[in-house]
Ligand binder design. Structure first.
Ligand SMILES: CC(C)(COP(=O)(O)OP(=O)(O)OC[C@H]1O[C@@H](n2cnc3c(N)ncnc32)[C@H](O)[C@@H]1OP(=O)(O)O)[C@@H](O)C(=O)NCCC(=O)NCCS
Length: 164
């Protein structure tokens, strides 16, 4: 059975191993290249909240929200990834729902997700959850393997705009 948990110190080694498995995907994601320093940052950065999806005690998914600074405190960026053998079982959808609840509890008004234009499963995921494609960022990623990739920026407003 899949359960969700807040990221804890004892998950970090498994999260780094998940990152290494994700690097075999045909599309890059923000969890590529995690090492002990960047994985520890997921726990220690006060502007980051992360959860893991567990199958029994194995880490099979990770999701995070990263809150903006100063005049971007109302905004957070959402990232999500599920281990290949566990995909298409609703795990990402469940994790995003949980991250949205956590964002609202922290009075985050808007969530955004940056998704490579060619990452159709992820675009479909966010569109099915009523995230709107509002902007496209040019050449946000570049590597010898992928060349230059543009990112779609998807937004979802969690707390209605204060019009008073
Ligand atoms: C994108 C990703 C997170 C989806 O995880 P998942 O657990 O398989 O997603 P879910 O099972 O919750 O799917 C929810 C919806 O997403 C869409 N979706 C997921 N995988 C899809 C695919 N391969 N093709 C088309 N749509 C897909 C569908 O709309 C699906 O709803 P449905 O099952 O009712 O059709 C996963 O493929 C992944 O980890 N990819 C690599 C990392 C990544 O791209 N992260 C996103 C960048 S922030």
């Amino acid at each position: 059975m899949i359960t969700l948990s807040q990221l804890q110190t004892n998950h970090l080694d498994a999260v780094i191993q998940l990152s290494q498995r994700l690097e075999k995907d045909s599309m890059p994601c923000s969890y590529w290249g995690l090492n002990s320093i960047s994985a520890t940052q997921l726990l220690q950065n006060p502007d980051k909240l992360s959860i893991v999806a567990l199958f029994d005690t194995s880490v099979v998914g990770i999701g995070s929200i990263t809150r903006g600074q100063l005049y971007q405190r109302h905004l957070a960026e959402l990232s999500i990834a599920v281990d290949l053998p566990y995909r298409k079982n609703g795990i990402a959808r469940t994790m995003i729902s949980q991250l949205e609840i956590m964002a609202k509890e922290n009075e985050i008004e808007l969530l955004k997700a940056l998704i490579p234009i060619k990452n159709l499963p992820s675009r479909q995921l966010f569109e099915s959850l009523n995230y709107e494609h509002r902007a496209t960022l040019y050449c946000e990623f570049k590597s010898p393997e992928f060349g230059e990739l543009d990112d779609c920026v998807y937004y979802k407003r969690l707390i209605p705009k204060n019009t008073s």
